[in-house]
Design a protein around this ligand. Structure first.
Ligand code: NAD
Length: 474
């Protein structure tokens, strides 16, 4: 596996000012060094992106789309290398890593094909009003560690097709796949159009406060999102914030317990629960509660918790020690308040492994119910009344996603409409599509990613309002 990584600044692959260890979370051992950028290197990257902007934005969208498609093709040609590296730095099983890279390629291609044509807002009595969209300039991408590649692709695609240039900064614990993407891009995109800098959590405020950065596209925790928004306020920078969630799954009383348990389990435990829209609380009708608990506990017991590079592993480690300790502490606290029906004990081995854990009989105010756990542990809660469960689902500062499960689809849709979240899925989960807008309500985010709405976030609306000039003085 590749161990020699470089930053990408102005089309050149360069060393940083120092390096830091990248840890494989399955072994807790450093397996590569990441080059670190300082403020001067960040400034060089921003200056390169600024210098590249006039020529890049002057290309047609079709020309820019062709570049993005070539980037997608080049990633596809190295998909196995990307996937293995993603498993090594992030921990997820290799098949899930391959799926993430495949989704990133698909996302880049979707944006390469997306266009924002001029809108004629009025054309009557000689008055023509047109709204067209212009790029913003240099945009920054700041990404977290749970899906380092696809969350970056979600930003590169709309940023570049709209005519902007980019400086991207990955999370310190998962920088390598972003650096590999930078290496691939270096051979394809004009110098400065896409730059990669890495840090150990120092560059964020310098990026969000940088006078030459027009927009910050941020995915990460709500706590950091608040800092990003406050810092961006100084320059009235555009921001999109894709933040944390505490998504509820509501199971309606017409669903067989076995089916409900399968769906909820899959939605809670994929990527070891480290998904912004993972099912983080399950609400189950009183009458089927015990049967549901038995079924979901059975599924948890069949999980293969192991190094993601080992064939057959279904749940890899938590990505980093800090998050591992947070999830472990939430489980320890939940043990004192509820009934652990699966998992709960940390294996005695190297690596940040947590077995899929399910906790029943918790009160609504238990930390595992109120907070975003971001790990493979699910509280299962009981309800008797549909209005009550909707109120409980909505009683959260978060509003990212949610799911409703019901055999009577219309009834499930009626419940879904009452959930205060950016996206509510009915009888499916994680149907995220680059052509469909994705956003959080309340403290789960601001602005949209994906779809035309997401593409517009990388543009300035520009209205031209014209009437003919009379040949004679009035
Ligand atoms: P985080 O907020 O700790 O870090 C995210 C990024 O912000 C990292 O690159 C980090 O280096 C950078 N950063 C740190 N301090 C900064 C500052 N002051 N200014 C600017 N940037 C700064 O998040 P995390 O722990 O890496 O990721 C997990 C969180 O991300 C969870 O809350 C999860 O729900 C959320 N998430 C949301 C979505 C979504 O689309 N809504 C998707 C994935 C993850």
């Amino acid at each position: 596996m590749k161990t020699d990584f470089k930053l990408l600044v102005n089309g050149k692959l360069i060393d940083g000012v120092s390096t830091f260890d990248v840890i494989n979370p399955a072994t807790e051992e450093a397996f590569a060094q990441c080059p670190r950028a300082d403020e001067a290197l960040l400034n060089q990257a921003v200056a390169a992106a600024k210098a590249a902007f006039p020529a890049w934005s002057a290309l047609t969208a079709d020309e820019r789309g062709a570049y993005i498609n070539r980037l997608a093709d080049a990633i596809e040609a190295r998909i196995d290398e990307f996937a293995r590296l993603l498993t090594a730095e992030q921990g997820k099983p290799l098949d899930q890593a391959t799926y993430e890279i495949g989704g990133s390629i698909y996302t880049l291609r979707a944006f390469a094909a997306m266009r924002l044509p001029d809108q004629t807002l009025r054309d009557e009595n000689g008055n023509t009003v047109i709204e067209h969209r212009t790029p913003l300039g240099v945009c920054a991408s700041i990404t977290p560690w749970n899906f380092p590649v696809i969350l970056l692709a979600n930003k590169i695609g709309p940023c570049l097709i709209a005519g902007n240039t980019m400086v991207s900064k990955p999370a310190p614990t998962t920088p390598l796949t972003t650096l590999l993407l930078g290496e691939v891009a270096a051979g394809i995109l004009p110098p400065g159009v896409f730059n990669v800098v890495c840090d150990q959590n120092e560059l964020g405020p310098l990026i969000t406060g940088h006078p030459d950065i027009a927009k910050v596209a941020f995915t990460g925790s709500t706590a950091t999102g608040k800092k990003v928004m406050a810092s961006a306020a100084e320059g009235i920078k555009r921001v999109t914030l894709e933040l944390g969630g505490n998504d509820a799954a509501i199971v309606l009383d017409d669903v067989p317990a076995k089916i409900a348990a399968q769906k909820v389990y899959a939605g809670a435990m994929a990527n070891a629960g480290q998904i912004c829209v993972a099912i983080k609380r399950a609400y189950v009708p009183e009458a089927m509660y015990e049967e549901f608990c038995t079924e979901i506990a059975g599924l948890a017991e069949t999980a293969v918790v192991d190094d993601g590079s080992k064939q057959g592993s279904t749940i890899g480690p938590i990505q980093n020690r800090m998050q591992y300790e947070k999830v472990r502490d939430l489980i320890e606290d939940a043990k004192t308040r509820g009934r652990v029906i699966a998992g709960g004990e940390m294996p005695d081995r190297k690596g940040y492994f947590i077995p899929p854990t399910v906790v029943a009989d918790l009160d609504e105010d238990a930390p595992l119910v109120r907070e975003e756990q971001f790990g493979p542990v699910l509280p299962v809660l009981k309800y008797a009344d549909i209005d009550d469960v909707i109120a409980r689902a909505n009683d959260s500062p978060y509003g990212l996603g949610g799911t409703v499960w019901g055999m009577d689809q219309q009834r499930a849709l009626d419940v879904a409409r009452r959930i205060d979240a950016g996206t509510v899925w009915v009888n499916q989960h994680l149907a995220i599509d680059p052509n469909i807008p994705f956003r959080g309500s309340k403290q789960s985010g601001l602005g949209s990613e994906h779809g035309l709405a997401g593409l517009m976030e990388y543009t300035q609306a520009h209205v031209i309002n014209a009437v003919p000039l009379a040949a004679e003085p009035a």
